[in-house]
Unconditional design. Structure first.
Length: 94
């Protein structure tokens, strides 16, 4: 399962829970709804993934704390790696 499909399924699940509060859901019913409708949420998943293509300052600072190079190597390399990973996920499709 690609990152976009996982995101689309998560968005679909959350939307069904919020819109259809008739719960409790019968066993397997919510999963069946997600299986049936997740593809409708691919555009929202793509938009969400594209929105985080650039790491925040806090994300970079956290990455700096986890490196053995004292953090100086993550600023450029980590930023490029993060951006490349997000772009690859966007290109991968659902």
């Amino acid at each position: 399962m690609t990152p976009i499909e996982r995101m689309a399924r998560a968005i679909c699940r959350a939307e069904h829970i919020l819109l259809f509060l008739e719960g409790p859901w019968r066993p397997g019913e919510l999963d069946a709804k997600v299986d049936q409708h997740w593809q409708l949420h691919v555009p929202a998943a793509r938009a969400a993934l594209a929105a985080i293509e650039e790491p925040s300052k806090e994300m970079i600072q956290t990455g700096n704390k986890t490196t053995s190079c004292g953090g100086s190597c993550i600023n450029r390399a980590g930023h490029r790696t993060w951006t490349a990973m997000i772009r690859a996920a966007l290109e991968q499709g659902p």
